[in-house]
Unconditional design. Sequence first.
Lengths: 340, 340
Amino acid sequence: MAAASIKEVARHAGVSLGTVSNVLNRPNRVAPATRQRVLDAIAELGYVRNDSARQLRAGRSRTIAIVVLDVANPFFTDVVRGAEQVVEEAGAMLVVCSSGEDRARERRHLELLEEQRVRGVLITPVGLGSQPHLQRLNSRGIPVVLVDRGSGGASCCSVAVDDVLGGRLAMDHLLAQGHRRIAYLGGPFSIPQVADRHAGAAAALAAYGEPGELRVAATDTLTVSAGRRAAAELVSLPLRQRPTAVFCANDLIALGVLQELTTRGLRVPDDIAIVGYDDIEFAGAAAVPLSSVRQPREQLGRTAAQLLMEEAEGGATHRHRHVVFQPQLVVRHSSDRPRR
Amino acid sequence: MAAASIKEVARHAGVSLGTVSNVLNRPNRVAPATRQRVLDAIAELGYVRNDSARQLRAGRSRTIAIVVLDVANPFFTDVVRGAEQVVEEAGAMLVVCSSGEDRARERRHLELLEEQRVRGVLITPVGLGSQPHLQRLNSRGIPVVLVDRGSGGASCCSVAVDDVLGGRLAMDHLLAQGHRRIAYLGGPFSIPQVADRHAGAAAALAAYGEPGELRVAATDTLTVSAGRRAAAELVSLPLRQRPTAVFCANDLIALGVLQELTTRGLRVPDDIAIVGYDDIEFAGAAAVPLSSVRQPREQLGRTAAQLLMEEAEGGATHRHRHVVFQPQLVVRHSSDRPRR
DNA sequence: CAAGCTGCATGAAACGATTCAGAAGGGGGT
DNA sequence: ACCCCCTTCTGAATCGTTTCATGCAGCTTG
């Protein structure tokens, strides 16, 4: 019942504390016969290491944390899967925390993680306001890797996809399809990805030579229901102001828009074309298969975790690195040239 | 740099160890002036509690774990969200582990969690083989709540949705739409949900009075790509053996089937009708809006977490409870009566 | 004024694992 | 017989907290 300690195992096997510890950590330093006796005792007592004690002594834990904006977003679940592979290979444990795009929750999580002396943190920060807390972790010797978030200075490693380029790809495509009144749906703009994708789109429009309009409809979160609400507003615009295409900050928003437009009897892409972002697995299976900007999600997670492990082992010799992946536009039917 | 300990804080503030600890844990037992001095010292040194030491002393941690079959499955992410609410309200931390439907991974996770002396475990076990490990946790005083998994004996609390009923609802619907050659897609059957939903479907067919066929196409996992593969096989059957409707063990499979059938030029529901399970958010936004059996996902998570907290606090007085929710069939277009 | 409180602060004793200097015993070499 | 080395094992010290018995003032109370 009461969890057996190493001490009881030692007594049971007729050896000392240190010997049991050796069996556990450096089995080859112990004579086979003794080792077996200890192992038997462990089995008999149902002994299980107490990780708290072990960590206390070691000064740090074997768990890595990943703090994402939203656990329910398929983009992040794929990133998590990628990271998981690498972390588990290294014999560590990955814990997933969700900030829900909420600064306070993010802060609370980081505090708890610091109390737990985690080995490292992978994070997609809610905004730039997180910088000080991350700095603090770093100064404590806890490596931090920014996920899907450019440099942020040279203060830590980062893994990102070029969101400005992604925005440009999407916008260029819509312009080429003949659209001139285009809306960008997404938010909050405090999330860097949201801002960058918009910046890319705006740059593409500016570079295009012909006049056009990029209206912004900010949402307060990046979810399907936020997309539905934004679409409802869009539709209520007078017809001549209503955009003929929307570029959404992520696929969840895009799917919400698609749903809302469809239930209101508007046709996609004929009345309004849509381009999403992330190319989540469901994008291709949508009512109208969604054009979307694809990101290498699992690879993002894998690479981030690798950088982290590298920094955690490397120690002093470590140099921060910034890996940037290129996004890729996947054209499906939601952005087909409208028949008019 | 080096993490300051409570001892250094004490020295800095000119008080004893115990006083600092009191400021941290029972502030009102300390005279305001002293308290302030300690708080200043804490701020100045950037002291952060060492959770390992605290746990070691306390004998248990403040984290709760949830072990799901697949982090990327929207069903589970919603369950997680529900559980998160309750757990965080109680001031604890939820860590998410994914077994990936793999027994070995599940076992490894449970072992690590046991080493960490977690406060409790919410789990959707891969199969019945997990029973002994859960028993063991329980006998160690770590409460376990089974999620989305019926009783499993009276050895722990459980929260579930009546999967047999869900299977029956789906099957009754398909039979009522005139289908007689129906396939059940899903697997592995070692996952109880998969087996129960099938059992419900089989029972419904048996009870229907008219002859009909329920062919089983087992998949090795519950993902979109497994659904695609299963559909490909189905289509390769000679026409007169090919089912006119499929009931899928979850929506991911169903979406995969829908995708594969569509790319192969088969029409849903006219050539083959589909009913899914879970009614995830994407089901309604699919190419053909998916009929599906809805489960109260977040509530499942919330209730499970509540039962767990209750058991963790309640101690000896606790009585295991088994909460069962009723599923509900949501009919959309993927199971419309075929026009022939 | 002694006795008994109350309020605050103290510091030693856990918690359970790891580590490390050193003891014990057994060979081998001279 | 002696010395030294090697393998194997020992047990005390340590990590940072929490808790608890204890000490010490300064009050009230009879």
